[in-house]
Ligand binder design. Structure first.
Ligand code: ADP
Length: 319
C-alpha cells in the first residue's frame, strides 16, 4: 500500500545517503534520436517506489505508449559531481549494459534529462533475497539450493565474460517470482587479460573476501566465490557469518576466518562442507564454479549448469 511504502521510504531515509538528493519527476521524458535522424520522445509515468541504494532511487515506471512496466534507477546529477559516484555509474552502464542472461537483471538502456540519469532495468517484482531471508528468518535447504544454483548460472556466465561482480550479497540478488537475478554492477570489473589481478578495495563489509582486505597480490574471480559462501550461510542461518556491530571487527573476523555454525542449527553436513570450502582463506582452495555444481549439496537437488531443476522440479516458497 501507499502508506507502507511511505513508511518504508521514511525508514530508509533515516540512513541519510547521497540518494536523498534525487527528485524524480512524475513524468519522465526519454528523447531518442532514431537512425533516420528523427527525434522521438517517449513518456514514462513514475509509479510505485521500489527502494533506494547508496546513490540511486528506484521506481517502477510505465511506458505511456506501450504500457510496459520497467524499473527506473534514478541517479541525481548532483551526486555525479563526485568522481566516485561517476565512476560507479560508468562501470554500471558499461558492464551491466553489456551482459545478458536470465539470471541477471536485464539492463535495457539509459538516458538523462536536466537533473538525472535514468537506467531502465527489468522490473524484479519481489524485492531481493535480503528481504526474503529477513521475513522468513532462514530458508529451508532445498530453497537455498535452488537460489544458489540460479545465482551460479548467472555468475558462471559473468565469469565467462571475464566480469567479476565484486559485490554479491543477498541485497543484490533480486527476485522476479521465483527467479533470482543478479543486479547492481556498480563495483564490477572486467579483466583485460588472463591472470590479471585487481587491487582496488571494494565490496560490502559482511561479504568481502579476506584477500581484498589485506593482500599485496591482488584479487580475482575467487572473491565472488567467497561471497557465495557468505550468501549460502546467510540464507541457511539467517545472518552473515562474520557479522558484528562494527565494520572494523567484522574485517578482523574475516581476516582471522573466525565464524562458526550455531549449535542449535540442523543444517546438513553437505551444506556445512560447502560453506567451509567456499570460505577458505586461501582463494585457490575455494571450489571453482564447476566444482560448485558438482558438490553433493547442489547435486542432491540439481544437476549441472542451467539444469531443469532450477526452473521446474518444485516450487518451494512464495516470496
Ligand atoms: P545502488 O546502486 O544505489 O546501491 P541498488 O541497485 O542496490 O542501488 O538499488 C536500490 C534499491 O532499488 C534496491 O535495493 C531495490 O529495492 C530497488 N531496485 C533496484 N533495481 C531494481 C529492479 N530491477 N527491480 C526492482 N527493484 C529494484
Amino acid at each position: 500500500t501507499e502508506h507502507s511504502e511511505r513508511r518504508n521510504e521514511h525508514r530508509q531515509k533515516s540512513r541519510s545517503r547521497a540518494s536523498e538528493s534525487v527528485t524524480c519527476p512524475s513524468t519522465i521524458f526519454e528523447v531518442v534520436q532514431g537512425l533516420d535522424g528523427i527525434t522521438r520522445t517517449t513518456a514514462h509515468t513514475r509509479q510505485r517506489y521500489l527502494g533506494k541504494g547508496g546513490f540511486s532511487v528506484c521506481y517502477a515506471i510505465e511506458d505511456q505508449h506501450t504500457g510496459d512496466i520497467l524499473a527506473g534507477k534514478v541517479v541525481s546529477k548532483i551526486i555525479l559531481e563526485k568522481p566516485r559516484s561517476r565512476a560507479k555509474l560508468e562501470t554500471e552502464i558499461l558492464i551491466h549494459g553489456a551482459v545478458r542472461h536470465r539470471n541477471i537483471v536485464r539492463f535495457w538502456r539509459c538516458f538523462e534529462d536536466e537533473n538525472n540519469v535514468y537506467m531502465i532495468l527489468e522490473l524484479c517484482k519481489n524485492q531481493t533475497l535480503a528481504e526474503l531471508v529477513k521475513r522468513k528468518k532462514r530458508l529451508p535447504e532445498p530453497v537455498a539450493a535452488r537460489y544458489l544454483h540460479q545465482t551460479l548460472d548467472g555468475l558462471r556466465y559473468l565469469h565467462s565474460k571475464h566480469v567479476i561482480h565484486r559485490d554479491l550479497k543477498l541485497g543484490n540478488l533480486f527476485l522476479d517470482d521465483e527467479t533470482v537475478k543478479i543486479g547492481d554492477f556498480g563495483l564490477a570489473c572486467q579483466l583485460e587479460y588472463e591472470g590479471q589481478r585487481k587491487n582496488t578495495m571494494c565490496g560490502t563489509p559482511n561479504y568481502i573476501a579476506p584477500e581484498v582486505l589485506g593482500s599485496s597480490v591482488g584479487h580475482s574471480y575467487e572473491v565472488d566465490i567467497w561471497s557465495l559462501g557468505v550468501i549460502l550461510y546467510a540464507m541457511l542461518i539467517g545472518r552473515p557469518p562474520f557479522e558484528t556491530s562494527d565494520v572494523k571487527s567484522t574485517y578482523r573476523r574475516i581476516k582471522a576466518n573466525a565464524y562458526k555454525f550455531p549449535e542449535d542449527t540442523s543444517i546438513s553436513a553437505e551444506a556445512q562442507d560447502l560453506i567451509r570450502a567456499t570460505l577458505s582463506a586461501n582463494p585457490a582452495d575455494r571450489p571453482t564454479i564447476t566444482e560448485f555444481y558438482a558438490h553433493p549439496f547442489l547435486q542432491r537437488y540439481y544437476g549441472g549448469p542451467g539444469s531443469p531443476g532450477t526452473n521446474h522440479r518444485f516450487s518451494p516458497m512464495k516470496p
